[in-house]
Design a protein around this ligand. Structure first.
Ligand code: GSH
Length: 213
């Protein structure tokens, strides 16, 4: 059993949980998964009793608890330096951190109007209220990263990095509420992310959770 425990919410809807889970599964970092069912009468009490922030995801490593998806991924990157979870090149790493921070603190309209519904597709949704501008910005970011830094592989910075985990829930939203008119680079990037075995594993887990009520 691994000494890392990642506690997450429902796979169909918990976009913040998806980020570190996707990172750790894709990078082959062993951990024990714990699940807390959201939106239940007892959820608030359970979260307040277990999570430092009262939210998921959080990571438990011995006596240490780390919360917030980006901080968890930074902690894991520190633990597993050999996995190069940020790009090795300094400029690429700086840009990867920039777009990750932009995702973490921004794109509010997209998050609110197009909530993650991992197993759903073909949902029609409004693209007013800032959503269209968010989509346009993400398309520009993905396209630029792929063109400027993506030469060595199919991910934003070539090799897989934390930036990809940050944007994996966006790929899911775009698949659920799309199709969208994105650049060829962005469309290919979405295919790369959604073709990973980690993606398929999360999807299978989401379906199982939904069917078991
Ligand atoms: N900034 C936090 C946000 C975490 C967050 O909002 N988590 C949601 C689930 S996706 C949550 O725990 N909600 C509590 C609830 O539904 O009661 C992070 O990056 O981890």
């Amino acid at each position: 059993m691994s000494d890392l425990i990642l506690t997450i919410g429902d796979k169909n809807v918990s976009s913040w949980s998806f980020r570190p889970w996707f990172l750790m599964v894709h990078a082959g970092i062993p951990f024990t998964e714990q699940n807390i069912k959201l939106d239940q009468p007892q959820t608030r009490e359970v979260l307040n009793g277990k999570s430092p922030s009262g939210l998921v995801p959080f990571l438990t490593h011995g006596e240490t608890q780390i919360w917030d998806s980006l901080a968890i991924m930074e902690y894991v990157a520190d633990l597993y330096l050999d996995k190069n979870l940020w790009p090795e090149d300094r400029a690429a790493r700086g840009v990867a951190r920039s777009i990750s921070a932009e995702m973490h603190s921004g794109f509010r309209a997209l998050r609110e109007v197009w909530p993650m519904q991992f197993v759903r597709s073909g949902l029609k949704h409004l693209s007013t209220g800032g959503v269209a501008a968010n989509i346009e910005r993400i398309d520009v970011l993905w396209t630029r990263c792929r063109r400027d830094f993506g030469g060595g592989g199919g991910f934003l910075f070539g090799d897989f990095s934390i930036a990809d985990a940050m944007y994996a829930p966006v790929v899911s939203r775009f698949m659920t509420y799309g199709p969208l008119d994105l650049s060829d680079d962005s469309a290919a990037y979405m295919k790369t992310i959604s073709a990973t075995s980690a993606w398929a594993k999360w999807e299978e887990g989401a379906k199982t959770e939904l069917s078991s009520g």
